[in-house]
Ligand binder design. Sequence first.
Ligand code: MGD
Ligand code: MGD
Ligand code: MO
Length: 889
Amino acid sequence: MLEVVINGTHHRVAEGLTILEALLQLGIDVPSVCYDPRARPGADCRLCLVKIAGEVHYSTSCTRPLLPRMCIETHTPELESFRRSMLGLLSTHCAPGAFAALPEKSLHRWMAHYRVDPARTAAADAMDNSHPHFRFDPAECIACYRCVRVCEDLQGQFVWHVVGRGGSDHLSVDRGDRLADSSCVGCGACVDACPTAALVDKSRLHSGAATSWTRTTCSYCGVGCELRVGVREGRIVQVLPEPKSPVSKGHLCSKGRYAWSFGEAPDRIVHPLVSSNGRWQRVAWEEALGRVVTQIQAVRAASGPDSIGVLGSARATNEENYLIQKLARVAIGTNNVDCCARVCHTPSAAALKQMLGTGAATNSFDDIERAQTFLIAGANPTENHPIVGARIKQQVRRGARLIVIDPRRVELAHYADVHLAPRPGTNIPLLNAIAHVIIHDGLRDREFVGARVDGLDMFTKFVREYPPQLAAQICGVSARDIVKAARLYATQKPAMCFHGLGMTEHLQGTAGVMALVNLALLTGNLGRTGAGINPLRGQNNVQGAAVMGCEPDSLTGSIPLKEGRGRFESVWGAKLPTARGLNLLQMIDAAEAGRLKMLYVVGYDILLTLANVERIRRALRRLDALVVQDFVMNETAREFGTVFLPAATAFEKDGTFMNAERRIQRVRKALEPPGLARTDAWIVAELASRLGHEQAFRFKDAQQIWNEVRTVWPAAAGIEYPRIESAGLQWPCPSQQHPGTAVLHADSFARRRSAKLECVAYAPTEEQTDAQYPFMLTTGRNLYQFNAGTMTGRTHNRKFRPHDTIDISPADAARLHVIPGLLLRVVSRRGSVVLPARIDIRVKAGELFTTFHEPMHFVNRITSSVRDQQVATPEYKVTAVRIEPADGA
Ligand SMILES: Nc1nc2c(c(=O)[nH]1)N[C@H]1C(S)=C(S)[C@@H](COP(=O)(O)OP(=O)(O)OC[C@H]3O[C@@H](n4cnc5c(=O)[nH]c(N)nc54)[C@H](O)[C@@H]3O)O[C@H]1N2
Ligand SMILES: Nc1nc2c(c(=O)[nH]1)N[C@H]1C(S)=C(S)[C@@H](COP(=O)(O)OP(=O)(O)OC[C@H]3O[C@@H](n4cnc5c(=O)[nH]c(N)nc54)[C@H](O)[C@@H]3O)O[C@H]1N2
Ligand SMILES: [Mo]
């Protein structure tokens, strides 16, 4: 702390602040429009000038460090008069209309405060209206360049540039003349930062200012950014980043910030529907719920409770998923309950649980700023977890080292010290070779391995079989790069690993994550900040859905059925089913074999998104009943639904989500559900009560459900709603006094002191290229669209990347005379799809990439039925295909 005098009063302030930061902390409101806490200072607007005793000239408080015993004046008459005249100059860029329409812009606020009138006389310049989400009006720009700084320092995108000099300097975009042609990724940070009417959200212009704001958690990916949702007359009109969020720290991506209008889509379903003779009919809730209950009872009477399956939703809240698995187990009587974690990061959870004792990310996003090295394996965070991607990029700009393992040259690969681009499906030999180098070069952390790691001798012998030269051959990478990656990871510590589906969606998905854990164990990159093994979990609450118990073998808190039975039976006042439950893929197999008769699917489009669609169709066709609970007619419902239950969106309910760093955060209701739409919690409780279990499902609100979760799951006992009002807490948090756990395994692993290195041998998948299918296709996502596309596809985000494309390398495109947009038929051993070509320098020759966001294309018609050896995750990442012109498509 240091002592200063401000306006004659003594204050004690933290060290390391600028004068302006200190003033803001003390609540001394000095005007500034170019200062942005998320970017380096600019000192452009000069409104924050202060007088420092003993100095002749005034200083911009945003750039001057606060020093001990400084004596500062902030509001002398002279300073105030100077500010008024500065605002007078700035006001010549401010039109009266813009001033009146956008009172929240900070220049307008300070002009109003100092009674300076808008004085723009210049005619409007050409406006840039090309961006779907916001508008640029150069005539209103005061050249404070806050947008430039925030684009660079927060998003790391470098879209905005200052061109010209002196008085004629102005803003320009990095590519082309318009925002639409630039490299802008639509995060909206510049709009949010802009203090004038130069950059404004279109929704704000068209729908007016919000009259109420609700803080909530984003319902797209597993990062868990926080939003401020602005509502006017029962509609969302604007979403802004929550500055106090510990995760997103006042930043959002184009989905969280702009893709929120799906709830208003004209084709949203807001009435319960039942199908009769292949046609949907609107019915009252009573009838729809009655129909589901009759179907459950009929199937149960004829073939037993285990002929029914239930799928929870990675998009719904923890509270709702808790009720869904309780419904399956208590009210229906089966352990056949799962969720889409199965197709995504169940391999990560399984590998981490088996090796370290807890099946979740070991570290926190705040460790990004503490890491010296990143290992990004099979993940594309700047598109799929953009706030994490941006934070990693910034840390690399600050000097951290970066290793990327991805067949494609994804954005982070451009910043990497080493980019290893293995052939899809060859992670294991590559990671084993890295382990080989670490051991061979004597780079292991002797102290850590000695104290906390078992099995070194056996492992050393095992990895002898994986010299870099051999792996280089199998994987198609250079042996030198393997050595370089190994040395960086082992020596530039702490090294933090993030991984994604390029690791898990394989025959050897679980094994692949184990191979990563081996590297962390060998190098001591576990149990400390800035390190760890961190799966970038998929949807907003996919980890929550699984941890709440939407998994056949485990109850809430990932507690194995056997272990938790007693406690759960006493809290629930009911017996738990004893038969082993089926996972999602086993449910599909059982349906295909005629053993599973009914599925109840909450917020999950299995038909569109499971691999090898024809096989899924064959299975779903055999069901007697398929109940879908969603807010749009997804593909599963369209083709096979017997009852449709209209759900509320995340903006329309209360509860919590669990993000990828184990943080439980609040979801708050900003809107009423439209029509007859109801929350998943309401629907599930109504079903349970009609099945004779009213008592066990009677809860006043989401908080009461969560309190029951806390009684059955000891590691969450301390996470009470009042404690997570402003920041969320990371489990384990076993008591009300416990601060939550940012880093797992600090002194010991969950069940024991040491962890064992696993020898994971490479087993190539049967899905290989040959003369008939010479290309290796891998599938994934793009920044603007989200999974089944039901949400982003109903917002302005559809204007970016409106179609799934088949991405091909420039070399193959030239060889095969493929031009952008050419329709290609992509044929695999299972079927074919037609996609427009996109030439993409990120893709290697001999490989192809596509996304699966669009029902029109149904990309999973071509993916295979190969599954992870341990937990059955589909091998979405490896499909041998050929391409041919799609004549007549
Ligand atoms: N914009 C957007 N964000 C999303 C989603 C979305 O649909 N859109 N979906 C969310 C969900 S559900 C999830 S699970 C996450 C997924 O996020 P990620 O895990 O990042 O997902 P993917 O893009 O499917 O795959 C990641 C990378 O794996 C690479 N890859 C393919 N095969 C291999 C291989 O054999 N080895 C290695 N090392 N890499 C390989 C691909 O080239 C790709 O770049 O994203 C979430 N976030
Ligand atoms: N080829 C290929 N296929 C893949 C993948 C791949 O990489 N390649 N990735 C796989 C992965 S990782 C995943 S996670 C799956 C994703 O597949 P899905 O889980 O089907 O995809 P989502 O778009 O996340 O949405 C699920 C559904 O939930 C609905 N929904 C959203 N919020 C709510 C809510 O609050 N309540 C209810 N009831 N419904 C809601 C949405 O409208 C949508 O229909 O796809 C998998 N399929
Ligand atoms: Mo996922």
